[in-house]
Design a protein around this ligand. Structure first.
Ligand code: EPZ
Length: 429
């Protein structure tokens, strides 16, 4: 069993470089299915979810060649529709983009229903509604989603999303790129990764406008071609290290970022007294003497990101007084709270709101990474706490953070990954 062990209480000083965005890497990697040509994707984060996506593409018949740690060449000319291995696809959330990409290229799809972090129910009704509007009949069989547009191509249409969904917006874009006619997506998600996917597809010959607004227009084109494309920096990885600087009383320069994408995080940190200096492609974050309590509500972009909820909660624990943290996206984002309570946090959760009574010292404990971002929050809590924190289930963290241990050690953290015998193994000795 692998754990991350942190001896807390050391302020972080130095520079951390952020990698490519996980949540645009997965749709862009699966979008290559649609292209049916050779693409080179740069600035890919070397994380487990990306490795899983590349493994799936290879199993489907793509030729995948790593050029270096963060650059891959993918040729999807000979990909076989419907061949994504069930066990691999069900393990990552982003595998549902295979459905949109296969529908776009082949007019049919078969792929396992997606897995990913347990944040409460994760329905895909908006994806299905969009596919159906484009002329696809959708059914479910043995844990897989099956789509078939019958004879001919998908047909463009006007789609209104009942709620703002990142995944559904991207999946419908993928399905519509090669459809006949024009598709509009109203009430679309506006996240930077939506713009990243649109830019990738447009550079391959697609005709998408309005990405980054709530109305996206996709004019169907006949063909697409391969390109070389670089993924944007990961705003959530950047935000995680910004909070680590603030929580440890340190000062970090975080490079390879787009400061505009960090505005909602920067604004809340500013309200808490943290100093954030913005440069062209970096931010410098300095902790104040004393953190001020704030109220936070997570919302779709440009609101405060739900994927920063757990990390922010740790910072609120360190600010005197009661802060209120409302979750506006997921039903069940607060599973990590019981782990923070083990470390001495005083937090009460009522439905989708956490009341954080801050100002108590956090103390090291044995905790679990209940999901990816919750795991990052446990690391930050461990860095800020007195004593030793042992974090289990770290595979969640490794799905989405490249070398988190090494990056933090390089800026002064006392942190290491250790392999411990399983309880069952240990008791057998
Ligand atoms: C993406 O998930 C990210 N995952 C999540 O990041 C992130 O939390 C989320 O967007 C919101 O920003 C990936 O990109 C792989 P949604 P996604 O569709 O696309 C409801 C991380 O830590 N909904 O925007 O699955 C849904 O239940 C992960 O990196 C429907 O009701 O999120 C949720 O309440 C965790 N019906 C809300 O919409 C649907 O058909 C937003 O979900 C689709 C979604």
């Amino acid at each position: 069993m692998e754990k991350i062990v942190v001896n807390g209480g050391k302020p972080l000083f130095g520079t951390i470089e952020v990698g490519g965005m996980k949540n645009s890497s997965l749709p862009i990697l699966f979008a290559t299915i649609l292209i049916g040509d050779k693409c080179v994707i740069e600035n890919l984060p070397p994380i487990d979810d990306v490795a899983s996506a590349l493994h799936i593409l290879k199993s489907m018949g793509a030729t995948v060649r790593m050029i270096d740690r963060t650059t891959v060449e993918i040729d999807t000319t000979h990909i076989v529709c419907g061949s994504a291995p069930y066990e691999l696809a069900r393990n990552i959330r982003g595998s549902y983009y295979i459905a949109g990409a296969e529908l776009g290229r082949f007019g049919r799809t078969r792929v396992a229903l997606p897995g990913g972090c347990d944040l409460g129910p994760r329905p895909i009704d908006q994806h299905v509604k969009g596919f159906e509007k484009l002329g696809v009949s959708v059914s479910f069989e043995n844990g897989a989603i099956i789509g078939d547009a019958g004879e001919g191509l998908l047909r463009g249409d006007d789609i209104y999303m009942d709620l703002v969904s990142v995944g559904a917006t991207m999946n419908i874009m993928l399905a519509a790129v090669l459809a006949e006619g024009v598709t509009t997506i109203d009430n679309a998600a506006r996240e930077p990764h939506i713009v990243d996917l649109a830019n990738f597809l447009n550079s391959c010959g697609a005709d998408i406008s309005g990405a980054g607004t709530d109305m996206i227009k996709i004019k169907g084109v006949r063909t697409l071609h391969g390109v070389t494309y670089g993924i944007i920096p990961d705003m959530i990885e950047a935000g995680t290290y910004m909070i680590a600087a603030a929580a440890t009383g340190g000062k970090l320069t975080i490079t390879n970022v787009i400061p505009k994408h960090l505005e909602s995080i920067t604004a809340k940190l500013d309200e808490m007294g943290v100093i954030v200096e913005e440069h062209d492609s970096s931010v410098v974050v300095s902790a104040p003497e004393k953190l001020t309590k704030v109220n936070v509500k997570t919302l779709p972009y440009p609101g405060f990101p739900t994927d920063m909820n757990p990390q922010m909660c740790v910072l609120l624990c360190l600010a005197e007084g009661t802060s209120v943290l409302r979750e506006g996206v997921w039903e069940n984002r607060f599973r990590y709270v019981k782990e923070l309570i083990r470390m001495g946090a005083d937090i009460t959760v009522e439905q989708k709101t956490a009341y954080v009574q801050g100002g108590n010292k956090l103390v090291g404990a044995s905790v679990l990474a209940t999901d990816l971002r919750a795991g990052a929050a446990m690391v930050i809590a461990g860095l800020a706490a007195e004593g030793t924190t042992e974090i289990g289930d770290i595979y969640h963290i490794e799905r989405g953070y490249e070398n988190i241990v090494e990056k933090l050690r390089a800026v002064g953290a006392d942190i290491e990954k250790v392999v411990l015998p399983d309880v069952a193994e240990a008791s057998a000795v």
